[in-house]
Design a protein around this ligand. Structure first.
Ligand code: MLT
Length: 276
């Protein structure tokens, strides 16, 4: 799964400067539509590598959100809105007029902020183990504890302890988790803290789901310890057109735990969006 051993071909690019810094991204594949995949926290574009070779029918764009992977964060703080603006810069660099946007967890929060600001650019939205609800008080409190841990122990110790947690209990101690931990070593304390604050401060975006005129896909893991399927079911009734894909025996990391299955779900969604 490492960038060294995958055989799929990626092309590297970088945008000009944005509010949060310039954005590094890779493109892969080809097809009549464009799919952009936004990684969750504390990962980067490489989160998707296992899935990509099995995705069919789209040109794929994989950005590193500012503060992750090869995209340095040059601002003191970030928000879902400013992350979304940095993704807009990626689409401008690629001269993309319409895109299917899929976001994993925090990437889904960014996708929702993007959908609010640039709905005319979307031809589909896929929320993968994600939610349009804001943090409740309990979760906001946990964010403060996470920030305190990162400040005290540093980025590397945090990512090593955090990365295995969201997987289902059946998927532990795998080489894939070790690879993710290794990649997360690129995270900086500032980048992580900015993202934790952005997640804590994000507003509820269920109105975005209500207003969207394009299909919305919800991919949910049966054993997701962060977003139980019920959270998805509550939101899936909101958009005009919605698809729910339940991943059995899967935690919060379906693109690693069951990459074949998630690739099929996304490929099906690409086909559905093409009909609209
Ligand atoms: C993620 O997977 O992106 C984060 O864990 C989401 C969150 O903490 O809300």
């Amino acid at each position: 799964m490492g960038s060294e051993d995958h055989i799929f071909s990626y092309t590297a690019h970088r945008t000009g400067s944005t509010t949060l810094g310039s954005v590094f991204y890779e493109t892969a594949g080809d097809g009549p539509v464009t799919l952009i995949l936004l990684h969750g926290f504390p990962f980067d574009r490489r989160l998707w590598y296992k899935l990509i070779p099995q995705l069919k029918g789209a040109k794929i764009i994989l950005p590193d959100l500012p503060g992750f992977g090869n995209s340095a964060l040059t601002a003191n703080e970030a928000s879902m809105e400013t992350y979304a603006e940095s993704i807009y810069a990626v689409l401008q660099s690629e001269a993309v007029k319409h895109v299917i946007m899929a976001g994993h967890s925090m990437g889904g929060y960014v996708a929702l902020a993007f959908a609010e600001k640039y709905p005319h650019l979307l031809s589909g939205l896929s929320l993968i183990h994600s939610s349009a609800f804001a943090d409740d008080q309990d979760r906001k409190l946990k964010r403060e504890q996470v920030k305190a841990f990162i400040t005290q122990h540093g980025a590397q110790q945090f990512t090593r302890s955090f990365v295995p947690g969201p997987f289902s209990p059946d998927f532990t101690n795998t080489p894939e988790i070790e690879t993710l931990i290794h990649w997360a070593e690129d995270c900086t304390t500032d980048g992580l803290i900015a993202a934790v604050d952005a997640m804590k401060n994000r507003p509820d975006r269920t109105h975005v789901l209500k207003n969207l005129q394009v299909p919305v896909q919800f991919i949910t893991g049966e054993k997701d310890p962060i977003f139980i399927p019920d959270i998805t079911y509550q939101q899936a009734v909101i958009p005009a057109t919605a698809v729910i894909d339940l991943m059995k025996d899967t935690g919060h990391m379906g693109m690693i735990e069951q990459a074949d299955e998630m690739a099929k779900m996304l490929t099906g969604f690409i086909q559905l969006c093409s009909l609209y």
